[in-house]
Design a protein around this ligand. Structure first.
Ligand SMILES: [Zn+2]
Length: 411
């Protein structure tokens, strides 16, 4: 009996000696807009999930502690407009590899905005989505052949039933539909994307293509789209978002009032200071910040998610608003409210951001620059609790005490 009790006690002691948490992010300024948190707190992670967010969590309760004093800790960023479906052989749509561009700028969730159509989605899924460490979701192009094909204006390719069927069969990763680049005279692209959206209860993202007398943003926002549908490239100016008077088109305000969502979608040709500055002066802010990442935008003015976020910060959005536009707002827009927050139990997708002060220049899609005094830099990114980007080795051990597994490669 005594032996049993002793064994029991030993077991209990051993289990209490076990750290509660795998990792403790200490003393960072936590910004979690969904939960209205913006103050210095600790974040504890266990089993790849957020285990606790509180002030002064004892370091002894974690196997590993990373000090993040003077840095910001936010939910992993969500970029809802990227292009990450590089096709084999044929025209590759300027797509990039998701993992090559996500974590280094704090992004843990990317939404491909219509690179793949409903015809080629299975290939996109097996070759890219299922292999990526980044969480990759998709807005399915209403054109079956997808983006960059010569079928982008072909109404026969815009099959709402086929698109809805593909979305239902891949409901874990398809979060809506995309109408893009349409240069025809009518509404086939929009009407079929909305029809697919209605069949699945999913949102539509619109790159409105070319406008004409009838096909204008007033009709789009008030007659065609539904509340919750997303208008990307909101500061492009290509569709009269800004009038010649320098004022925001009243159709934009009317659309916002009706519940249309306005997304940045910076890209290689869709963000200009001459549109964004007056829009900000009129307080027409974006609902979500996204990059429209592709090979044509990342080496030009767009660069990466944090550069686009820095632009909004320097335009006048508060840091909390900029984080909201890059975390819980886009999560809500794609109907994934479990993402973009630091709720206990959520997958531990986290960005650690440094904000440098100084003189910086931010370039738009035409190559024009605008000065700013703050620049957001990604210090660390965690995906499912694992450190997947660490700019300054904050989670690393110094080399002198590092437990190298030394190997000799002699023959
Ligand atoms: Zn795009």
């Amino acid at each position: 009996m005594l032996r049993t009790i002793t064994a029991f006690l030993a077991l209990t002691c051993a289990s209490t000696a076990q750290p509660l948490y795998d990792l403790l992010l200490k003393s960072g300024h936590v910004i979690d807009p969904q939960n209205n948190v913006s103050r210095v707190m600790d974040v504890a992670i266990a089993g790849g999930k957020i285990a606790r967010v509180a002030e002064n969590i004892p370091a002894s309760e974690a196997r590993k502690v990373v000090n993040l004093k003077d840095l910001y800790v936010t939910p992993g960023l969500i970029d809802i407009h990227v292009h990450v479906y590089a096709r084999c052989g044929a025209k590759n749509s300027e797509s990039v590899d998701p993992d090559a561009f996500s974590f280094r700028s704090g992004v843990t969730t990317m939404v491909d905005a219509g690179t793949a159509g409903w015809r080629e989605f299975p290939d996109f899924r097996t070759r890219v989505i299922d292999r990526a460490h980044t969480r990759v979701l998709a807005l399915l192009n209403i054109v079956g052949a997808g983006m960059g094909s010569d079928k982008e204006d072909d109404p026969a390719e815009m099959d709402a039933e086929a698109a809805a069927g593909m979305a239902k069969a891949n409901a874990d990763v398809i979060v809506g539909f995309k109408s893009a680049h349409y240069a025809g005279p009518g509404w086939e692209s929009i009407d079929n994307a909305v029809k697919a959206g209605n069949l699945t209860n999913l949102p539509v993202m619109v790159d409105f293509g070319r406008i004409n007398q009838v096909r204008n943003i007033g009709a789009l926002f008030l007659d065609k789209l539904r509340p919750g549908d997303i208008y990307t490239h909101c500061y492009s100016g290509h569709r009269q978002e800004l009038l010649e008077t320098g004022n925001v088109n009243p159709a934009m305000w009317a659309g916002r009032k009706r519940g249309i969502i306005f997304d940045v979608g910076h890209g290689g040709g869709s963000f200009y200071w001459y549109v964004a500055v007056p829009a900000y002066e009129e307080r027409f802010y974006p609902d979500s910040i996204s990059t429209d990442l592709h090979t044509g935008s990342m080496n030009a003015g767009m660069k990466d998610m944090l550069n686009v976020m820095s632009k909004c910060l320097n335009l006048g959005s508060s840091l909390e608003e900029v984080i909201r536009m890059s975390t819980c707002n886009p999560a809500k827009e794609i109907k994934r409210p479990q993402l973009g927050n630091l709720n206990v139990g959520a997958e531990a997708d986290i960005a650690v951001i440094r904000i440098d002060s100084g003189s910086f220049g931010f370039v738009d899609s035409a190559g024009a620059s605008n000065a700013g005094n703050r620049l957001m830099i990604c210090e660390m990114t965690l995906r499912k609790g694992a450190v997947v980007w660490d700019l300054n080795g904050r989670a690393s051990e110094a080399w002198k005490t590092f437990p190298y597994q030394k190997e000799s490669w002699k023959h």
